[in-house]
Design a protein around this ligand. Structure first.
Ligand code: SF4
Length: 110
């Protein structure tokens, strides 16, 4: 019997997200050199005003990130529950995911 070897079976939905993450990490993500807390919600409560300011700073870093396209591809795949990804909040990423799910996109562009 021949099987397709997947080194990451069932982990985070299979190997695709891990491949996308590896692709992202190869492109020198700007957030690796920044304060990681800018990109994720803190443990303690955060006012809306403070959150919006933190997210705006994170989004500004994403705008100059060479890995932004790969990050968006990864985030659309994993559908994060929080944080800033590719210049979008998790809520915005998940809204984009729902919009893309309704659009009949061509599988391949010639
Ligand atoms: S786009 Fe933003 S969140 Fe994604 S890797 Fe770059 S800096 Fe990090």
């Amino acid at each position: 019997m021949t099987t397709t070897a997947d080194p990451f079976p069932a982990l985070f939905g299979g190997s695709q997200p891990l491949r996308l993450l590896a692709d992202l990490l190869k492109q020198d993500p700007a957030c690796q050199l920044e304060d990681a807390d800018l990109f994720t919600s803190p443990e303690e409560d955060e006012t809306d005003q403070v959150r919006q300011g933190r997210e705006a700073l994170a989004k500004a870093i994403c705008e100059r990130c060479p890995a932004r396209a790969a990050c968006l591809n990864y985030a659309l795949t994993i559908r994060p529950r929080d944080g800033v990804w590719a210049g979008y909040t998790a809520d915005e990423i998940n809204a984009l995911t729902r919009i893309f799910a309704r659009i009949d996109l061509p599988k391949e562009v010639a």
